[in-house]
Design a protein around this ligand. Structure first.
Ligand SMILES: [Fe+2]
Length: 284
């Protein structure tokens, strides 16, 4: 009887703690130094918001972004949850407000890609949502490259939208050889290359393609993190995902994986607080 009581108290405490934990996010700072950057600039990365709201209409998130005062905002996908229509409204309002702070560049995650299918529930709602996002002045990117300004630096920004087969549950489908080179224009060597690629499973390919920095999300930090070991399982149901959170480097190339801002389906974050990335780009 005493053991049962103890287990119940433990479960109750856990549920309360999780609820509280999911109302918090942290700001993680990164520095990227490159000879291709001429003037210091700052970018904010918001990944996997999944229709979450920190405070009323995301006022806490917006306040934090305003305080950082970035030159640019990057969204590497999954701002909503494809099957829950109420997440579209939160996502749209947040994006409209973000666009008032700095230029926003938004590339698709698997949740957005899924909604391109006319057979999908919420397809027409998604089309309406995207046209309003564009009306707000946000640049929605499919698989494409653009020359843009990062503060005073002219850089090349590319986005990669993977086909849904690359999000198969339970395994990592190998990326076809030269996948990026076949789909994106040749990079201008002298320009700093930024890539928005939702799925970090292909970090090596992003590096080999030549992105100076790639921003990813998708793995939500692995839902549960064991201190000293890392993540346990990805939302794609792969065990101990290698590219779960943080910075991965090869030479001067960086892949930065965000633990994301929201969750869906399994609302779990254990030792795995949601995060907003603040990235300072510096000349060498
Ligand atoms: Fe995702």
């Amino acid at each position: 009887m005493e053991i049962l009581f103890f287990v119940l108290v433990l479960c109750f405490t856990y549920v309360l703690w999780q609820k509280w934990e999911l109302t918090k996010f942290q700001v993680t700072e990164y520095k990227i130094v490159s000879s291709k950057i001429k003037k210091q600039a700052c970018g904010v990365v918001i990944a996997d918001l999944h229709g979450f709201s920190y405070g009323r209409e995301n006022e806490k998130l917006l306040e934090t972004v305003k305080k950082i005062n970035p030159n640019i905002i990057f969204i590497p996908g999954d701002i909503l949850v494809s099957k829950y229509s109420d997440t579209y409204e939160v996502a749209l309002k947040t994006l409209q407000e973000l666009a008032k702070i700095a230029p926003v560049y938004y590339s698709y995650g698997n949740h957005e890609s899924r909604l391109r299918d006319p057979e999908r529930i919420n397809h027409s709602l998604f089309q309406e949502y995207i046209s309003k996002v564009k009306e707000a002045g946000i640049l929605v990117m499919e698989t494409e490259s653009r020359e843009i300004f990062l503060g005073e630096n002219k850089v090349q920004l590319s986005a990669l939208e993977l086909e849904l087969e690359y999000y198969e549950k339970g395994r990592i489908v190998p990326l076809e050889q030269d996948y990026l080179a076949k789909r994106l224009p040749t990079q201008k060597e002298e320009m700093f290359q930024i890539l928005l690629a939702h799925n970090p499973a292909y970090a090596k390919e992003y590096i080999h393609w030549g992105a100076d920095v790639t921003f990813c999300g998708h793995n939500h930090g692995g839902l549960v993190r064991i201190p000293g070991i890392g993540s346990v399982i990805s939302p794609q149901l792969t065990w101990f995902p290698k590219y779960d959170s943080g910075r991965f480097q090869e030479g001067d190339k960086n892949v930065i994986v965000s633990r994301g801002m929201g969750t869906h389906t399994f609302h779990i974050r254990i030792f795995n607080r949601a995060e907003l990335l603040s990235v300072t780009f510096l000349p060498e």
